[in-house]
Design a protein around this ligand. Structure first.
Ligand SMILES: Cc1cc2nc3c(=O)[nH]c(=O)nc-3n(C[C@H](O)[C@H](O)[C@H](O)COP(=O)(O)OP(=O)(O)OC[C@H]3O[C@@H](n4cnc5c(N)ncnc54)[C@H](O)[C@@H]3O)c2cc1C
Length: 659
């Protein structure tokens, strides 16, 4: 019999769903009358906001992170901003429009009801963060300022210079700290979840490792929430922080949680290009730069060749010889097309030989026009720290005048190229953010819920904080209401002992391989396979080759890995080896999903399925579903289970950013 997924979406037209839903909440635990414990794994924006909110509501929260402080979660890297439908610009924005843009941006592969709820709570997030003291940029008159991000024709992105994630996280951290002081949240820094413990079919706790002492620790609770971020680092080179990993999500997947839409990986168009083989990290130049920066390559192939040879510089090419290809191809959205569209367009130009650096894999992002129009001071106010960051890495300052042609000043342009950035896929969750394992919830980037096949800029912070502040604290109560009569299980149960033993044995296995290769060397090779065969352009043949190569490399990992040291005390190499083991599972999952989806949509581009103009060609008749994968064992193909999508409020159509 076909497996059926219950997404628990309440009945009724989309805008009414969330309201009705809230009205029917079975609120439990008013201020600590019941002793219900919740484990929240992760202190990024999703985890910190959830832990703080649950603590404030009276639950006892155990909150873990791998860093030495919650403030160092990857979320601090977010630069550009956070969306909300406040319509401060009076430009026609509305909750419906944010909802519509997000569904369209996701290439009609998101769950409609979830996205509506997200748009509806977006405004509350801004109010909450302002109340916490987040220093959002303001207009001269005191109103909060906005800028535009890709896939929208309104200005709805709130920002704090180029440090929005950091400021939002400081806000969430201050709330979290209040709850720590109040005794409602117990914080464990430098602790890593190593497995989820299932008792009688429900998530009842976790096995964690104290990363400093190497000791394994058991935690039990009435529910477990993972907020552990995305799997972008499967590709080795990405814009994600080096510590980002998908181990917690993969552990849940191995224990029975379905993994949804793994092939939906976002490649961001504005990153500093790869410049050598020794790199371990890529740097994002925020999408906000596309508000004022114009993207171009030369019109003439001989100019491109001269740029590649280093005999010509970008600023020597006059206006009439520049091809602003996004403005040319997508006049309605121009430089602000969504990321998947902008990335593919850059790849198309570079594949045709128009790349502008020595590798031929770069395009220009140029501020000459906006600096001439607005003045350098305004541009520096908006992007000063990003310009400085670019200079620090490349030694080129984009605000420097480089040339004057026919009385027009030309400034030094940035060079950018697409890079792995964000993962839309994640652990499958129902409308209540509960996974297929009862009592296990997933929030933030580690779930699949709201972005379909492509996330719009500034929507990840919105989703993480919506989940953490406004959705999970309501929805988890439906589960916990039934738990009120259950005592918290003891960590002496055999299920805990077994899980701990398995984690311990796995560490021994990795340490005892005693081969010749470092974790990083194998990870780098996995990254090459992922980028080459499971990257921006995928084909059935390439994906099969990629899978074969991944299997071979996994064998190499299992037989020729070298992990120095012991499991006692701090052993970063051992922790990285565990992450790499899980990146292998993840990489194969991405490839299986990409192979099964014979269409192109959003970030998933199958070269066999494109229009004559090179745009993604969806197949709604056969692939209008969420692809959920059930683990079947190491090296075995997982099973695909489909959650059909149903749209009531939005007409499903072909995305159009041209007019
Ligand atoms: C360079 C960059 C810029 C970005 N800019 C923007 C932007 O401007 N706007 C926007 O909306 N989005 C942006 N994003 C995306 C956004 O930052 C992320 O999607 C978001 O911050 C993810 O938040 P999170 O809480 O889900 O996960 P994270 O912030 O990744 O936090 C994960 C947490 O889980 C913990 N953890 C992980 N594994 C374990 C484990 N096994 N055990 C215990 N703890 C664990 C970590 O310690 C951490 O606390 C950007 C992303 C990047 C890479």
């Amino acid at each position: 019999m076909a497996k059926v997924l219950d997404s628990k979406i309440p009945a009724g037209p989309v805008p009414e769903k969330w309201k009705e839903y809230k009205a029917h909440q079975r609120l439990v635990n008013p201020k600590n009358k019941l002793k219900l414990d919740v484990i929240v794994v992760g202190t990024g924006l999703a985890g910190a906001s959830a832990a703080a909110s649950l603590g404030e509501m009276g639950f006892n929260v155990i909150n873990l992170c791998i860093q030495d402080s919650p403030r160092r979660a990857h979320s601090i890297a977010a630069q550009g901003g956070i969306n909300a439908a406040k319509c401060y610009q009076n430009d026609g924005d509305s909750i419906y429009r944010l909802f519509y843009d997000t569904v369209k941006g996701g290439d009609y592969r998101a769950r409609e009801a979830n996205v509506y709820r997200l748009a509806e709570v977006s405004n509350n997030i801004i109010d909450q963060c302002v109340a916490q003291g987040v220093p959002f940029a303001r207009e001269y008159g005191g109103m909060l300022a906005n800028r535009s991000f890709g896939g929208a024709q309104v200005s709805r992105t709130f920002y704090a210079k180029g440090q929005t994630g950091q400021q939002l996280l400081l806000g969430a951290y201050s709330s979290l700290s209040c709850q720590v002081k109040a005794g409602k949240v117990k914080l464990y820094t430098r602790y890593e979840m190593e497995d989820v413990v299932i008792v009688d079919g429900r998530a009842r706790g976790i096995i964690a490792k104290d990363l400093c002492s190497g000791k394994l620790v058991r935690f039990s609770a009435n529910a477990v929430v993972i907020a552990t971020g995305g799997y972008g680092n499967t590709y080795f080179l990405s814009t994600n922080a080096m510590g980002c990993n998908c181990s917690a999500a993969v552990q849940c997947y191995r224990k029975g949680a379905y993994f949804a839409n793994p092939s939906y990986v976002q490649i961001h168009p504005t990153c500093i290009p790869v410049h050598g083989d020794k790199q371990s990290k890529l740097t994002l130049m925020s999408e906000s730069l596309r508000n004022d920066g114009r993207i171009w390559v030369p019109k003439k192939i001989e100019d491109a060749k001269a740029l590649q040879a280093g005999t010509k510089q970008g600023w020597e090419i006059p206006e009439e010889d520049r091809d602003y290809y996004l403005e040319r191809r997508y006049p309605a959205f121009g430089n602000l097309v969504p990321r998947d569209v902008a990335s593919r367009a850059a790849k198309e130009r570079c594949d045709k030989g128009f790349g502008v650096n020595n590798t031929g894999l770069a395009v220009f992002l140029d501020f000459s026009e906006s600096i001439n129009r607005l003045g350098i001071d305004v541009i520096m106010q908006r992007y000063g720290n990003l310009f400085e960051m670019y200079e620090e890495i490349t030694d080129v300052f984009p605000g420097d005048v480089a040339n004057e042609i026919n009385g027009v000043k030309y400034y030094k342009p940035m060079m950018i190229y697409p890079a792995i950035h964000y993962t839309m896929g994640g652990i499958w969750v129902d409308y209540e953010l509960q996974t297929t394992i009862p009592g296990l919830f997933a929030i933030g980037e580690c779930n699949f819920s709201d972005h379909g096949a492509n996330r719009l800029g500034a929507s990840a912070l919105m989703q993480g904080l919506a989940d953490g502040y406004f959705v999970l604290p309501y929805t988890i109560q439906n589960y916990l209401a039934d738990q009120a009569v259950w005592p918290k299980v003891s960590t002496d149960l055999p299920e805990f002992a077994e899980a701990e033993k398995a984690v311990d044995a796995e560490q021994d296995r990795l340490l005892n391989i005693k081969g010749k290769r470092s974790v990083d060397s194998i990870h780098k090779e996995l990254g090459h396979i992922m980028w080459e065969y499971v990257g921006m352009g995928r084909t059935a043949e390439g994906l099969k080759t990629g899978l074969k190569k991944m299997h071979e490399l996994e064998k190499e990992f299992d037989t020729n890995l070298f992990v120095p040291g012991t499991k006692e005390g701090l052993n970063i190499e051992l922790d990285k080896a565990i992450h790499l083991r899980d990146f292998f599972t993840m990489g194969q999952l991405v490839a299986f999903d990409a192979l099964s989806r014979n269409e192109s949509c959003g970030g998933h581009f199958r070269e066999e399925y494109q229009t004559e103009e090179g745009e993604a060609k969806r197949d709604d008749e056969n692939y209008f579903y969420v692809g959920c994968w059930e683990y079947k064992g190491k090296g075995v193909e997982p099973e695909l289970i489909k959650e059909p999508l149903e749209y009531e409020a939005i007409k499903v159509q072909t995305r159009n950013y041209k007019n």
